[in-house]
Write a protein that binds this ligand. Structure first.
Ligand code: GTQ
Length: 348
């Protein structure tokens, strides 16, 4: 094509785009390559939030606003690749919630499912559907969708936990509903520990039917998880990429503990260097014990206890332990991707 001919073509195309644009249409061929990509092209950036670095700001927020006024006093961990979007990966939200002694974060419910992973402090509680659970470091606590929940702190120290929610996913589907309870705290109708006893002891009520999508066990205590990992290590079945990695399950269905967020805990032994790995679910990690490094797309992120880091979808990475045993908690949207037939992984 001559230059003149090319100019005529692009002018008439531009004119065409302009005219169809007025009718709310746009040509696929100009955008196709960015839509149907040969592999995931995530705007999510790898990042690490060192707890020592962010803690002063979390505590400073404690002096600026009460839990009651804020409703939830949380500093969002916002992915630097998606500023202003209140998310840590494309589909998931994460934030650090602070509850000071004597405070209550008032009861509400919403369609978003939430997980809490306790980072600092011990003895604050969350109440879900009439039952209170006391939270300790490393505990993984679930707030299922549309369940009343309030948080409080009867201990004498600040308590901080990581919130993980499916906010971006629910927003994407335009399916958000939320409401406040008439009082700050919901009435308690079941004794503390009831759910764990009823559903978390390898037993189920005899006529239990699969009902709610989230696990009826709403606190998976770290002490139990850690002990399980410690006992399993004796069989020496280490995965070359993950070490000893377990998923949290809903005992009623055998599936992941929540419908929209998959959660995991993994133990990696002293001297462990993982093989390269990637998967389509962007993954949020919290270090519980030990120290190590994760190399993500060639960039090294060194982590220690209470640090949070994010590995984007399909980013090649591997872990390396630099202490005695290291333990990492993690969550992702893998459960959604698996249901939709989208989840993929690649080793090596
Ligand atoms: O505790 O219910 O970090 O509703 C964001 C939204 C926590 C909560 C968050 C919420 C909550």
């Amino acid at each position: 094509m001559t230059q003149a001919r090319q100019n005529t073509v692009s002018n008439s195309r531009a004119d065409f785009y302009e005219r169809i644009g007025q009718r709310s249409m746009t040509p696929l061929w100009e955008v196709m390559r960015g839509l149907v990509t040969p592999e995931p092209a995530s705007p999510c950036a790898p990042n690490l939030w060192r707890y020592d670095d962010i803690r002063p700001f979390i505590m400073e927020a404690g002096g600026l606003i009460t839990a009651k006024e804020a409703e939830r006093r949380v500093l969002i961990l916002e992915n630097p690749g998606m500023p202003g979007q209140s998310r840590i990966t494309r589909s998931l939200y994460a934030g650090m919630q602070l509850i000071l002694p004597g405070e209550v974060a008032p009861s509400h419910r919403h369609m978003q499912t939430a997980l809490r992973f306790v980072i600092e402090g011990s003895g604050a509680y969350t109440a879900v559907d009439g039952e209170k659970t006391i939270m300790r470091p490393g505990d993984f606590v679930i707030t299922p969708q549309w369940c009343w929940h309030d948080h409080g702190n009867d201990s004498d120290a600040p308590m901080v936990w990581l919130d993980g929610l499916d906010i971006p996913l629910v927003q994407f589907l335009d399916a958000s509903f939320a409401e406040h309870f008439e009082a700050d705290e919901q009435p308690l109708t079941r004794p503390e520990g009831d759910s764990l006893a009823r559903f978390g002891a390898g037993l189920l009520p005899v006529d239990q039917e699969a009902g709610a999508l989230s696990s009826p066990v709403f606190n998976y205590p770290y002490a139990r998880t850690r002990e399980a990992l410690e006992t399993m290590r004796r069989s020496d079945e280490w995965d070359p990429c993950h070490g000893l990695k377990m998923k949290y399950v809903n005992p009623v269905t055998g599936g992941f503990a929540m419908p929209t967020m998959a959660t995991f805990m993994q133990l990696m032994p002293k001297g462990f260097t993982g093989a390269p790995y990637r998967s389509t679910d962007g993954m949020v990690y919290v270090c519980v014990e030990g120290t190590g490094e994760t190399v993500i797309n060639g960039e090294t992120f060194a982590w220690g206890p209470r640090d949070t880091f994010v590995v984007p979808s399909w980013a090649g990475h591997h872990h390396r332990v630099t202490s005695d045993d290291a333990v990492l908690f993690s969550f992702s949207d893998r459960v959604v991707q698996e249901k939709l037939g989208l989840w993929r992984e690649k080793r090596g």
